[in-house]
Ligand binder design. Structure first.
Ligand SMILES: O=c1ccn([C@@H]2O[C@H](COP(=O)(O)OP(=O)(O)O[C@H]3OC[C@@H](O)[C@H](O)[C@H]3O)[C@@H](O)[C@H]2O)c(=O)[nH]1
Length: 442
């Protein structure tokens, strides 16, 4: 059965993007899905001893077709040989179709952090829309596999570079997404300690270098800021004029204060040097792609709540809620965020803009919702699920108690609002993680 996704109004979602500001950026959801749901499909080679090989192979092909919606030709299909525990990689024979833009319409866009969580999805979208994209990434949390399906494409370039060092290139647009935050792992404060200086250094030096680049090239500059600039907020929901409530010396400060200073730098260059800036404050976002922290030996996934809960439930392990589970968050799906980033980049709005989904959950409720969805997907796939327990662990220091975006500004100036329900996005996330597990990548 093909995957059917409904939006908040009950309409079927077949495309993402929009036609606005005299600019069409709609793309097919199936094409995008073929890039993240099963980007590197692995077929298991026939074992000489097995009797029903042919059938197994057919089943794998069928499952593959279901995930890729007929776009399998744009993927590499690698072969796993169980006997020798080896894998033969193939390269893509054809890239997904990209729009053919005239040279005046085609932008040269630099995406820093372009192999990361959010960056890689933005890169997919910009590539399909026909732009020339250069990805700059130090691959600290990003992975080359998130964008490797574009390697070799004439519009694509990937550079291993750390934005704390200057970088020279000619371009029109610059999007900066170096988030570089260690996942919130309260049991492992060593992660914060290990990364905190690097985190704030990346935010400050990286933003400074990229603003200098934008100034020289007269490129439009978009910075991905965060809801963390509001800290543990005393105003609810958070609107852009709220100044925030941040502990400047706590374990989260490297990230919160790093992004605050990045915003300060951005507006400094805007006022002083006339750099054309856009500032997106991104609220909690969940993304079907895995970015692994290389120093992590405990969790083979990113450590944020959505991936933690899904992987725990799929593995039949206890789901870990931190604190009493009464803290709240609002979760947006990646496609809504990318729509918002593109709308912002193409608008005239230079003030900060919140991008997030207003549907707020306590983390306790959210754990139950994720458990229900994992069970539903397992049942649909013919597996009788085993109900996992929800257990409670200590609360991380300075964990914000409440968070929900006020997105009035985004609605008014970008005509943007999230289309994906949390349930629909989570179902897709569960399918993604299931596929990763079957593949042996988790
Ligand atoms: O296994 C878990 C993980 C997390 N949590 C809780 O779930 C909530 C959300 O935690 P996450 O780590 O996913 O995200 P946070 O809201 O703390 O920070 C996030 O917010 C904004 C972004 O800019 C950051 O990149 C991101 O880390 C927190 O209250 C956390 O304590 C659990 O209860 N269990």
């Amino acid at each position: 059965m093909p995957i059917r996704t409904l939006d908040k109004n009950g309409n079927v979602i077949t495309t993402v993007g929009f036609n606005r500001f005299g600019f069409d950026c709609e793309v097919s959801l199936d094409v995008l899905r073929s890039l993240y749901l099963r980007p590197h499909y692995v077929i298991t080679a026939s074992s000489p001893t097995a009797t029903n090989d042919e059938l197994e192979g057919k089943m794998e092909e069928l499952q593959h077709a279901r995930f890729t919606g007929g776009y399998g030709a744009y993927q590499s299909k690698s072969i796993f040989h169980p006997d020798s525990q080896s894998i033969s990689y193939t390269t893509l024979s054809r890239f997904p179709p990209v729009k053919l833009l005239s040279p005046s319409q085609r932008k040269r866009i630099l995406v820093t952090g372009g192999a990361g969580f959010v960056g890689s999805h933005l890169v997919d979208r910009l590539m399909i829309l026909g732009h020339e994209v250069t990805v700059l990434d130090n691959f600290f949390t990003g992975s080359k596999t998130t964008v490797s399906h574009w390697v070799g494409h004439p519009n694509f370039e990937m550079v291993r570079h750390d934005v704390v060092e200057p970088f020279m290139i000619e371009l029109n647009h610059l999007t900066i997404l170096p988030r570089n935050i260690p996942p919130c792992m309260p049991c492992l404060p060593s992660h914060y300690q290990f990364n905190s200086v690097k985190t704030i250094k990346t935010s400050f030096m990286g933003t400074l270098n990229m603003l200098g680049l934008a100034k020289r090239t007269k490129a439009r500059f978009l910075i991905s800021s965060t809801s963390e600039v509001y800290g543990d907020p005393e105003v609810h929901p958070q609107h852009e004029d709220y100044w925030g409530h941040v502990n400047p010396i706590g374990p989260r400060a490297c990230y919160d204060e790093g992004k605050r200073v990045a915003e300060t730098l951005t507006y400094g260059f805007h006022r002083q040097d006339g750099v054309d800036v856009r500032v997106a404050r991104i609220f909690n976002t969940y993304v079907p792609r895995i970015c692994i922290l290389i120093s992590s030996t405990v969790n083979p996934f990113d450590g944020r709540v959505v991936s933690n809960f899904i992987v725990q439930a799929l593995r039949g392990e206890d789901m870990t809620v931190y604190g009493d589970g009464k803290q709240t968050r609002s979760f947006q799906y990646i496609h809504d965020l990318v729509d918002g980033l593109i709308a912002l980049m193409n608008s005239d709005e230079t003030r900060p803009v919140n991008l997030g989904n207003g549907d707020e959950f306590t983390i306790g409720e959210f754990a139950e919702l994720v458990r229900d969805i994992v069970e539903k997907v397992q049942r649909e796939d013919g597996v009788e699920p085993r109900r996992v327990n929800i257990i409670y662990k200590p609360m991380p220091t300075d964990d914000p108690q409440k968070r929900r975006p006020d997105t009035t500004r985004a609605k008014q100036t970008l005509q943007w609002e999230p289309r994906w329900t949390v349930r629909m996005g989570l179902e897709e996330m569960v399918r993604y993680y299931k596929a990763k597990m079957v593949e042996g990548s988790l």
